[in-house]
Design a protein around this ligand. Structure first.
Ligand SMILES: [Zn+2]
Length: 384
């Protein structure tokens, strides 16, 4: 059996999957600590960890000296062998593919960018196949330990069936992307909405790790929001939840593409900022604001304030323990940040205003890492 085919270990043992998940998301731990965390006996942890060690997924760190009373054997913490298995992640935009190879702990090992000259399904599949081949057969020799590919797409995506119901930037409707990409690449494929994929990465491997509830707000062409409540992602009964981009914060504000007025996205989305600034690109608008042009500075201030009001609405409704504001639009986050905070503080109600806000830029590769994180999650928790 080749290493990448050795899948029976996790499939046959929910306890083994739980142990590996805990170590992947929280780092090295002793068997005793794992037993306590997972509600298992120490004997059950020892028994279930054994096949994972044999299959190369776990190893034992050197024993640490016991310092407490009532000694016994020193504990050897278990740790994940991150390079035991690799995962591909690809983010699809309207004009580019961004791909990464990640290890079991979602650390990026390789990156690739590829322009998309056509968004026809057959052309995009050909580019995905070329990109995965390039990543797997390039330096690092990842192919023999890689069986899975995660894809992230903006729009309405059904993760369970791998169906892209609607993706505005690709102009796709009802594309069975999971099935088509699996046939084209020979890999096990997951497909997820890009904001949800990024939320998964934060929940398992980022600032949201261990948090019972948090919200991730992304700022760019669109304004997205992913929510985790009671440890679980919120999808909404109609597949829509946390759409803060279309909360109206100014009834007399600019017209939004959704048909409403004064939506957060209509004030803070990249193309609206460019239009309001009267420049031809966002980089030009940023340069003018940084040069002190008061009119353009005011456009960013208004955008930051709108984002802050939208975030306050989330905090007031859901009360997350932590909010992360990120996205490629925040490469100029120094122009937004004070206004996001002041809008948030003005509108957040009572104790909701105490919710810590992390505001930071997001390299585009992080979206692809999110796609890989969903693939890792589906590997460890098949029904997640
Ligand atoms: Zn709108």
């Amino acid at each position: 059996m080749s290493p990448a085919d050795d899948y029976s270990v996790l499939a046959s043992s929910p306890a083994a999957a739980a142990i590996l998940t805990a170590l992947v998301t929280s780092g090295p731990q002793s068997r005793v600590s794992l037993a306590r965390k997972l509600g298992l006996s120490s004997a059950a942890v020892t028994k279930s960890a054994r096949p994972l060690i044999d299959a190369g997924y776990l190893s034992e760190l050197d024993a640490t000296e016991r310092t407490g009373p009532g000694a016994g054997r020193p504990a050897s913490p278990l740790t994940v062998r991150a390079d035991r298995e690799f995962f591909l992640g690809v983010k699809l935009t309207g004009d580019e593919l961004i791909g990464v190879v990640c290890d079991l702990t979602a650390k990026i090992r390789a990156v690739s960018h590829r322009p998309l000259r056509s968004s026809a399904v057959v052309d995009v599949l050909a580019e995905i196949t070329a990109m995965t081949g390039e990543l797997l057969d390039g330096p690092g020799n990842y192919r023999e330990r890689t069986r899975r590919l995660g894809l992230a797409v903006s729009g309405d995506v059904d993760r369970a069936s791998g169906l892209v119901r609607y993706s505005p930037f690709l102009r796709w409707r009802n594309v069975l992307l999971g099935k088509l990409a699996a046939a084209a690449t020979g890999l096990v494929v997951t497909v997820e909405n890009d904001v949800k994929a990024l939320t998964t990465a934060e929940h398992w491997f980022g600032e949201g790790a261990g948090a019972d509830s948090f919200a991730l707000v992304t700022v760019g062409q669109g304004i997205g929001c992913g929510l985790v409540v009671n440890g679980r992602p919120v999808s909404g009964s109609h597949g829509v939840a946390g759409e803060i981009g279309h909360i109206s914060v100014d009834a007399a504000g600019p017209q939004c593409h959704c048909g409403s007025r004064g939506c957060v996205e209509a004030i803070a989305g990249t193309s609206y900022i460019v239009a309001a600034a009267g420049t031809s690109t966002i980089d030009e608008a940023v340069a003018q604001a940084r040069a002190g042009d008061p009119r353009v500075t005011a456009v960013f201030a208004r955008a930051g304030e709108a984002i802050g009001l939208g975030i306050a609405a989330v905090a007031n409704l859901v009360g997350p323990a932590h909010i992360v504001v990120s996205g490629e639009g925040l490469s100029a986050y120094d122009l937004f940040e004070p206004h996001i905070r002041s809008g948030f503080e003005r509108q957040a109600f009572g104790a909701a205003a105490d919710c810590p806000l992390s505001i930071r830029p997001l390299p585009f590769e992080e979206w692809a890492r999110g796609a890989a994180a969903v693939s890792i999650q589906s590997r460890l928790v098949p029904l997640a």
